[in-house]
Ligand binder design. Structure first.
Ligand code: GLY
Length: 256
């Protein structure tokens, strides 16, 4: 497994914010947390591939939003925030040797954070960043490979994956205040602890689950359901309305 990442830019202090109030971000602490995140991914079996630095793009550490990678195809997005669209080019260049590429075109918008693939089902959040045309274009790109797209309205948080992620093919972790749990009725369900609204964003790597240190109660719930968890602190990155999935694009190395 390759994990594409990108360094935290100094301009992160000017990042997009939608549901989070702006607070000072300690750049050096954010970089240290990001480095620990990369080390955790390596421990879980990933090979880190760093994208080129883009110091002038405030949200560029959140590489997940630039592309959705399947075994058969990579779909480069058209982010809902115009400030983020220049992030795409370098991600496309990195993915070109790995996959056939497709691109979301205007008037579609799509953020990778709004796409959750579980087996052959692809959940797409309709949010302030992802519109119906973006979801339609993604569906058109992946349907030939047998993927079924299921749309879900996102309310109260930035992305679909702020509200729900998978801890296995059979189980999702979600915040029922931000997403309709009925959409995920095909899966076992773990709810976040009510005191930890943002805890649903965990990163599944193989049979392990990377979780954020800020959410101990929810992490206990996940572990009690049998998941093997690894814990990292991304508190500084969270101030930029980012979370665990946002900071990498996982690319399965085909043939392995
Ligand atoms: N700051 C993360 C985003 O708004 O895309």
């Amino acid at each position: 497994m390759i994990a594409l990442t990108r360094s935290v830019p100094p301009s992160i202090t000017r990042c997009e914010l939608t549901h989070v109030a702006r607070q000072p971000i300690d750049y050096h602490r954010a970089r240290a947390q990001h480095a620990a995140y990369e080390r955790a991914l390596e421990t879980l079996g990933c090979r880190i591939q760093r994208l080129p630095d883009t110091p002038h793009l405030p949200d560029s550490v959140f590489v997940e939003d630039a592309a959705v990678v399947f075994d058969e195809i990579a779909v480069l997005t058209r982010p809902g925030a115009a400030s983020r669209r220049p992030e795409i080019e370098s991600v496309a260049a990195a993915l070109e040797p790995q996959r056939t590429l497709a691109f979301i075109e205007e008037p579609g918008t799509l953020d990778g954070g709004d796409v959750l693939a579980v087996g052959k089902t692809v959940y797409v959040g309709l949010s302030r960043r992802t519109n119906a045309d973006g979801a339609r274009q993604l569906e058109h790109a992946v349907a030939p490979f047998g993927y079924r797209v299921v749309r879900a309205a996102v309310d109260g948080c930035l992305h679909l994956k702020s509200a729900v992620t998978a801890v296995s093919d059979g189980a999702v972790l979600l915040n029922p205040a931000w997403i309709d749990p009925r959409v995920f009725a095909a899966h076992d369900r773990i709810d976040v602890d009510p005191s930890e609204a943002a805890a649903a964003n965990v990163l599944r790597v193989g049979d392990r689950v990377l979780v954020a240190a800020a959410f101990p109660r929810t992490n206990d719930r996940v572990a009690q359901r049998g998941a093997q968890i690894a814990i990292v602190d991304v508190s500084e990155i969270a101030k930029a309305e980012g979370a665990l999935t946002c900071c990498s694009i996982l690319v399965r190395t085909l043939g392995s």
